[in-house]
Design a binder for this molecule. Structure first.
Ligand SMILES: Cc1cc2nc3c(=O)[nH]c(=O)nc-3n(C[C@H](O)[C@H](O)[C@H](O)COP(=O)(O)OP(=O)(O)OC[C@H]3O[C@@H](n4cnc5c(N)ncnc54)[C@H](O)[C@@H]3O)c2cc1C
Length: 470
């Protein structure tokens, strides 16, 4: 039997915990239970928190019981979808983790072109379900990320330019609020909450299911094209100009990276630092070669692996580079454009990627993502052209100093050219000012929504918006 009630923090009687356990269909894991160490882990190996209890919820009733238990017992409450958040918001010290990972129900409606997916799904789960119908929902660029955190923060990925951010494709969400009620948010139900959920993160409640619009995306023409470092300045300028003219069907993100030592990369490139793009073309396959040609003609590339592939194959192609448990230290910002000054900062720091897996990525925020107004959803930076993330990922904590130094110096050089704020899903815990800078004019409205749905800030383990504003 767990001794959770007698460990750190506010005393909660064993009887109270047992009463909670009896209300759950899912597992309740305490510090003395088998599997506690595995259950407390999140994706970022740098995060080492010890919650008092982890509730593995299997249904909405479990989520309601867990929210009520945390509130009634004054416990810190962390909500976990896919557990990918680099700041470690999917866990906490000494509180209750509401872990939705067992909640993986998915229903595709191919006629109406929608998918309803529960809050514990990853993008791989959703891709698997929708691909059977030749459909896809816009997610990120990795299949193991949770749909919940990614969507609630915005959601930038391979389909952003064609179909918008993940949150732009949200039709409705079922939410357990701080008072333990289940409500639905959509354009005509609890519209203020629906507005806040689309970019405002996990501030307003536990989303138990998401209903998305899905699109006819099945085979894409996609993959990486890598250039030598000597070409990095020209490659960045070329990328900027190419993206400015590219059709919305073409999404390409730019990277500085160390080539991983394994297939499909040829041996002579292993462990070499290169730059390049990963493209994803969703238009007609007849036109694909023509659209991709300029990227292939530039350079010339030292490596390319572009061709037709099922969309889920692209979404999971880079999963092996981001396994769970690596140390993750990230910093990010939006920029209006890749100006020559921004490019010079990249050329100065990009080539010094310290370890394999660590990388710089620049994602376009354009096309369909620009056709939504900056106050139409909580996600504010609609006019940003790009977001960069300087992402250190490495297995050995001894490599922390060199990775952190590189990330911080690189970020500082870029930050003076930034649009002012960052994409909340690419941020560590960076303080209130950074959160406010990410939401700009939308912050006060978010604070009002927060005050209405979570007046006591029960949901504060996130890029937190205070109920009373700042
Ligand atoms: C390897 C990797 C690749 C990534 N790639 C991309 C990418 O391509 N595009 C992109 O936009 N982002 C990307 N991200 C960032 C990602 O969007 C964030 O890390 C996001 O927070 C992950 O969501 P999650 O559900 O997996 O995380 P979690 O750690 O489970 O949760 C993240 C936040 O959301 C809250 N939350 C989680 N579930 C719920 C829920 N059901 N209801 C309410 N709140 C909830 C949590 O409390 C927490 O604050 C990536 C991250 C990693 C580590």
């Amino acid at each position: 039997m767990a001794m959770a009630g007698t460990t750190l923090g506010k005393a909660i009687s064993e009887a109270t915990i047992e009463d909670f356990r009896a209300k759950l269909r899912g597992q309740l894991i305490g510090r003395a239970d088998d599997g506690y160490d595995a259950a407390r882990k999140v994706h970022n190996g740098m995060i080492d928190r010890h919650p008092r209890l982890i509730a593995r919820c299997v249904d909405v009733a479990d989520v309601i019981s867990a929210v009520n238990f945390a509130r009634e017992n004054g416990l810190t409450l962390a909500v976990r979808g896919g557990g990918h958040n680099v700041a470690g918001f999917g866990t906490c010290d000494d509180g209750l983790v509401v872990d939705l990972s067992p909640m993986k129900g998915i229903r595709v409606d191919p006629e109406r072109r929608t998918v309803r997916a529960e809050g514990g799904c990853t993008w791989g789960d959703v891709d698997h379900a929708t691909h059977a119908f030749g459909l896809a929902a816009p997610g990120g660029v990795i299949s193991t990320t949770g749909i919940a955190g990614l969507t609630l923060g915005g959601g930038i990925g391979h389909l952003t330019r064609k179909y918008g951010l993940s949150c732009d494709n949200l039709i409705s969400a079922d939410v357990v609020t701080a008072d333990g009620r289940l409500i639905t948010a959509s354009v005509d139900q609890n519209e203020d909450l629906f507005w806040g959920l689309r970019g405002g993160g996990g501030n307003f409640g536990v989303v138990t299911s998401f209903k998305f619009r899905v699109h006819p995306v099945s085979t894409v023409f996609a993959g990486p094209i890598l250039y030598p470092l000597e070409k990095s300045r020209d490659a960045l300028r070329f990328y900027r100009d190419y993206m400015a003219k590219a059709p919305d069907d073409m999404n390409a993100f730019f990277a500085f990276l160390i080539v991983p030592p394994g297939p499909p990369f040829p041996e002579h490139l292993h462990n070499k630092t290169l730059c390049g793009v990963v493209c994803c073309y969703t238009g007609s396959m007849d036109k694909a070669e023509e659209v991709v040609r300029p990227l292939r003609d530039f350079g010339p590339p030292v490596f390319e692996h572009v061709g037709p592939m099922p969309f889920p194959m692209l979404q999971s192609a880079f999963d092996p580079l981001v396994p769970p448990g690596l140390q993750n230290y990230w910093k990010a910002d939006f920029v209006k454009d890749l100006t020559d000054e921004v490019i010079e900062a990249h050329v100065k720091y990009g080539p010094d990627v310290p370890t394999v897996n660590t990388a710089l990525h620049i994602y376009p925020v354009s096309g369909a993502a620009h056709r939504v107004g900056r106050d139409e959803t909580a996600f504010s930076y609609r006019e940003a052209g790009f977001t960069h993330v300087i992402a250190a990922l490495y297995p050995d904590p001894a490599d922390t100093p060199k990775n952190k130094t590189w990330v911080q110096n690189y970020w500082s050089e870029l930050h003076r050219h930034s649009a002012g704020g960052a994409y909340v899903n690419f941020m560590m815990e960076e303080g209130e000012d950074r959160v406010a800078a990410s939401y700009r004019d939308n912050y006060e409205r978010l604070a009002r929504v927060k005050a209405k749905y979570d007046p006591t800030n029960l949901f504060h383990v996130n890029q937190n918006i205070k109920p009373n504003g700042r």
